[in-house]
Design a protein around this ligand. Structure first.
Ligand code: GLC
Length: 753
């Protein structure tokens, strides 16, 4: 039962305005101003802080009243309770791929597993808001069932460089795809009557020295690229909260930036919800509250002292405190906990696992399929190679992880689908894996990946004689706290040798590579070797089943790339201004994690303590469309087991929108779905512009062979504007605009004044 229904049933019998005592004032949604007036200064300042991280021995923690381990074990934080006025503490928990709470509790024999959903990159690769919404709705039902009030997700920072450690939990290099995916996710989660936290606002595009690094971004790139996903998500889905990021932006911590948190977020975009800091984010607590960062998480003693001091010396006004206290209370009164909802602790994990599997199949991207190497015969025998085939990476690490009950590897998924695994290879890999067990802290501190092995050629030849095809999985794992090492982008020597040896041994038989990755890897040097390449991303706990669904053709792949796969890292426009570290993750965590940034401003390290976003608005395909060198696989790319033909697109002005429509027909032999994007190319004007920019997209239903669908996409004319930093406003040139779905599809022109 959704929370909202429950709420209606309870509302009549519940009044928070009074309790047993005679007319004691108690918080309701209608008396917040009265409550604020009633609160003591001490209570107000506590309400602006969380109650500390789990574990009572945290020296920085606030008085552990309602500390998160008490309210919801394993959650990330809480707000502060004021019992005398009926203000409960509420529970805040991660994360983007599913609720992250402790699976077990002391003295309790129940388990509290959650579903690990597909990672962000896969969700964006579906180009399907309905699928993303269904994932959000399922995720939100578990948030509600386990008694959490706000899910600290989604993250929608732009993928500025393939090596950012958190790309797996973000969505895209394009602001429209990133924003609309975030919006669908938020709507889904919040449809359960629980909140979300759109993060990390803004420009958290690297993990290296993330708490102190300064993103130096032009006003135009800021507005058109880095803020736009947040603007779209705020305006289309109204998240209950926004989480400010760790980094500085043009010299100021985002958590202390009134320009960002008040002028833009609230002034320009009309946002009325709450802003919370990232955990231990920001520097000066008083500057944070003044700027509009209402809630400081997880809450630390020194922050309370700082707020008190600033109030006393006048650098923080009581008006600012009251404004943020009011927003905390406005958040509290929306929550299930405030309305007396009792956690069922019984989410429908079986139903959600099915949703994971279906969603994962919708986001996988077929990059190559020569001579119909795919789909495989689901009753055939396959030689399965690559450690990732047997230890498939379901998702990334850090706060983006989930404590899920199980994961299905590709090996298990293929067996479940009825395929026979060639026994020789299976034996070799399962033995190798047993020697490298996953350690529990790998899940959080991350990047668990057993080293690849190279079976003897004789074994490969036996397998080739015995099997109908070969599948090799290349996996990558990353997480918050550190970016990917440069070498993580390329195949290792062992991976490359394995691929080439298998291709030789399986001459004349299908060889399929599965990419089990959270972000792009190098493909140009080897993509000619296999017959087929499927980018399966990090597909969640049902990953192996979903991969098998696509590999055997139960589901026709319809995912499209949400970011460019470049030929080399050197081609990426941000690379000269990205950390580009080459060391182990352990070394990165020691040398370049959070607070390791330089404090002496005379010794700032380029790309470590600050990054110049010199590429400006030319991020991803906006750059590559104009660059002389090609790309390995372009933004929006993806194949199908069938073919589609487009009719002549039409476009016209309807009120304040452009309406674009085009007929799509399945002219192949199997049912499939097609993604239809619409890009705009603007007339020449005063501002330089990208060749084309994504303005909207849609995805057809499952079209049977011969079936057609008229796809309609509409988007605001205002979205064609560019930000003029001189005029400090959005401007749009009059003239003829061209709209198209892809270079292969005719474009259509519209004259817009
Ligand atoms: C982390 C992350 C943020 C997460 C928060 C709570 O460090 O940056 O995404 O929600 O802290 O765990």
């Amino acid at each position: 039962m959704k929370f909202k229904t429950l709420l209606m049933m309870c509302a009549g019998t519940m009044s928070m305005a009074t309790n047993g005592q005679t007319n004691q004032l108690r918080l309701t949604a209608d008396n917040i101003d009265q409550i604020v007036a009633e609160l003591t200064t001490d209570e107000k300042l506590h309400l602006l802080l969380g109650t500390g991280m789990p574990g009572e021995d945290n020296p920085h923690a606030m008085p552990a009243v309602g500390a998160s381990d008490k309210l919801l074990p394993g959650s990330a934080g809480t707000t502060y309770p004021v019992e005398r006025l009926g203000i409960p503490a509420i529970a805040l928990a991660d994360g983007p791929a599913g609720l992250r709470i402790s699976p077990k509790r002391a003295g309790d024999d129940q388990t509290y597993y959650c579903t690990r959903f597909p990672s962000g990159t896969l969700l964006a690769s579906t180009w399907d808001s309905a699928v993303v919404d269904s994932v959000g709705a399922a995720m939100g039902s578990e948030v509600l069932a386990y008694g959490c009030d706000v899910l600290l997700a989604p993250g929608t920072n732009i993928m500025r460089n393939p090596l950012c450690g958190r790309n797996f939990e973000y969505f895209s290099e394009d602001p429209v795809l990133a924003g609309k995916t975030a919006a669908a996710y938020i709507k889904g989660v919040q449809s359960n009557g629980v909140g979300t936290s759109l993060k990390h606002f803004a420009c958290n595009n690297q993990e290296t020295c993330r708490n102190t690094t300064d993103a130096r971004v032009s006003e135009r790139a800021l507005r058109e690229i880095y803020l736009q996903p947040f603007e779209i998500a705020v305006q289309e889905a109204n998240p209950w909260t926004v989480m400010s990021s760790y980094n500085k932006l043009n010299g100021t911590h985002t958590a202390e930036s009134a320009k960002l948190l008040t002028d833009i977020l609230r002034g320009d975009w009309g946002y009325e919800g709450l802003v919370m800091s990232d955990w231990f984010g920001g520097k000066d607590a008083a500057a944070m509250v003044s700027a509009g960062n209402d809630l400081l998480e997880p809450g630390m003693r020194h922050q309370y002292a700082r707020l008190e001091e600033a109030l006393a010396d006048g650098s923080l006004t009581m008006a600012d405190v009251d404004r943020s206290v009011k927003r905390v209370l406005e958040l509290v009164v929306r929550t299930p906990r405030f309305h007396g909802y009792k956690a069922t602790n019984a989410p429908d994990l079986q139903r959600d696992a099915q949703i994971v599997r279906e969603a994962a199949t919708q986001g996988m991207v077929l990059l190559k399929n020569e001579n119909k190497a795919l789909p495989l015969n689901s009753k055939g025998k396959v030689a399965l190679l690559g450690m990732g085939s047997y230890a498939t990476v379901a998702g990334g690490t850090g706060s983006g992880g989930v404590n899920n009950a199980y994961e299905v590897s590709l090996a298990e998924g293929l067996a479940n689908a009825g395929m026979t695994l060639e026994p020789g290879m299976r034996e070799i890999y399962e033995t190798a894996l047993k020697a490298k067990p996953k350690k529990p802290d790998d899940l959080y501190w991350g990047a668990f990946l057993p080293e690849e092995i190279l079976p003897e050629t004789a074994f490969l030849q036996n397998a080739a004689a015995d099997a109908d095809a070969a599948i090799i999985t290349f996996s990558r794992s990353s997480g918050e706290f550190a970016d990917r090492a440069v070498s993580d982008f390329s195949l290792t020597a062992t991976e490359d040798s394995l691929l080439r040896r298998v291709a030789r041994a399986f001459e004349g038989k299908p060889v399929v590579v599965v990419l089990n990755v959270g972000a792009p890897i190098e493909t140009a040097s080897w993509c000619d070797v296999p017959g087929a390449i499927l980018c399966a991303w990090q597909p969640g706990q049902e990953g192996g089943n979903a991969m098998a669904d696509v590999l055997t053709g139960r589901v026709n792949p319809s995912g499209r790339l949400p970011m460019t796969f470049p030929m080399t890292l050197a081609d990426v426009p941000s690379t000269p201004n990205f950390p580009m570290l080459e060391m182990t993750r352990k070394e990165m965590l020691e040398k370049f994690s959070g607070f390791a940034g330089a404090t002496d401003t005379t010794a700032l390290r380029r790309n470590i303590d600050y990054a110049d976003y010199a590429e400006d608005i030319f991020v991803g395909y906006r750059h590559f469309d104009l660059a002389p060198q090609g790309v390995a696989y372009p933004f929006g790319y993806g194949l199908s087991y069938t073919e589609f033909e487009y009719g002549q697109p039409q476009a016209k002005i309807e009120g304040d929108k452009i309406k674009y429509n085009v007929q799509v027909k399945n002219v192949g032999s199997v049912a499939g779905r097609e993604v239809v994007p619409v890009y705009a190319s603007a007339p020449r004007g005063a501002l330089t512009k990208p060749l084309r920019e994504l303005k909207g997209y849609s995805k057809t239903g499952l079209l049977q062979p011969g079936e057609s669908e008229m796809v309609e996409i509409s988007f605001p004319i205002a979205s064609l504007a560019s930000y003029d930093p001189e005029a400090e406003k959005w401007v749009r040139d009059g003239g003829t605009y061209n709209f198209s779905s892809s270079p292969k599809v005719a474009n259509v022109s519209v004259k817009i004044d």
